[in-house]
Every structure is written in structure tokens, then in C-alpha cells.
Ligand binder design. Structure first.
Ligand SMILES: [Zn+2]
Ligand SMILES: [Zn+2]
Length: 163
């Protein structure tokens, strides 16, 4: 192998290196795989200064049975996507990431939250008051109230575009 070939191999390795957003979003997608929701596997991670502070996926609270095991009332009643979240025993990924910060006493003020899906209105309100400043999501979710809340509160909402 001559010097030129070595150089081009090194170049490929650099080209394959993910950006920070790609890196965090890929981790968020791995986190979502732990979800126990029957409908949608969602993941969220809270990042500050390029360090992961907490993670969350959607599922039932600690010590409670998961929808995956005993079924979900929303599923049984045929409730459409985006409605009556309150009757599901599961917490959303974003909520779990925020709660994990409270549980361990981690300050998440000024952080960014990476989400596999655009947050819902309830999560948006929690994100705003947790002091998060930026939301980066990979997949859309039809909740205009959440979009309006972020805009009104001055939280940056960005759609992640894979390069
Ligand atoms: Zn459920
Ligand atoms: Zn939510």
C-alpha cells in the first residue's frame, strides 16, 4: 500500500464520522428500542455541552406493569393517535428524560433535547418549564399546539435532517 492509499483510507474514516446531531440522534433511536408502548416507540435524550445528561423512552412508571404486558386502554378503546394520552399508564420519553434528571438531581436548564418524534403538547409544556432551550426531532407528529407553545416560549424547534 503506498502513501496515497493510506491517505484515502484515512479520508474515508473522517467522511464516515457522524456529526454531533447525527451521533446524538442515533443514540436517541437506540434508546427508543427500550419502549414498551404498543403504538409508537419513542426515545429522548437530554444533552448539554455535548454530554448526555439523561435518557428516556415511553413506558409505564417504575413498579407498574407495562402496556406491552397487560394491554393499553387507549388501544382497547380504539383511541386515535394524539388523543387522550392521560388514560395510558405510560409516560412519554421526554417526560421520562426530565423525570430522570429530577430523580438524580441533575440540572438540565439550558440543555437540548433530542427526540425521535416531535413532542406532544404536554411534553412541550414540561420541556419549556424544565428550561430546555432546543428541541431536535427526527419524525413529525401532528400536534400544532406543541409547535405553537415552543414558538411562544422561545424554545427552538428543529427538524433533524439526515445528511
Ligand atoms: Zn398505553
Ligand atoms: Zn409527549
Amino acid at each position: 500500500m503506498d502513501k496515497g492509499a493510506v491517505g484515502s483510507l484515512a479520508g474515508e474514516a473522517v467522511a464516515a464520522r457522524p456529526s454531533w446531531d447525527e451521533y446524538f440522534m442515533e443514540i436517541t433511536e437506540v434508546v427508543s428500542k427500550r419502549s414498551t408502548c404498543l403504538r409508537r416507540q419513542v426515545g429522548a435524550i437530554i444533552v448539554k455541552e455535548r454530554q448526555i445528561l439523561t435518557t428516556g423512552y415511553n413506558g409505564a412508571p417504575r413498579g407498574m406493569e407495562h402496556c406491552l404486558t397487560i394491554g393499553c386502554l387507549r388501544q382497547e378503546l380504539g383511541i386515535p393517535s394524539g388523543q387522550r394520552h392521560e388514560i395510558c399508564r405510560g409516560l412519554h420519553a421526554e417526560q421520562n428524560a426530565i423525570v430522570q434528571a429530577a430523580y438524580h438531581g441533575v440540572c438540565i436548564k439550558g440543555s437540548t433535547i433530542y427526540c425521535t418524534h416531535q413532542p406532544c403538547f404536554i411534553c412541550a409544556k414540561m420541556i419549556i418549564n424544565a428550561g430546555l432551550v432546543r428541541v431536535i426531532y427526527a419524525n413529525g407528529y401532528p400536534d400544532e399546539l406543541a409547535v405553537g407553545a415552543f414558538a411562544e416560549a422561545g424554545v427552538e424547534l428543529l427538524s433533524f435532517v439526515r445528511s
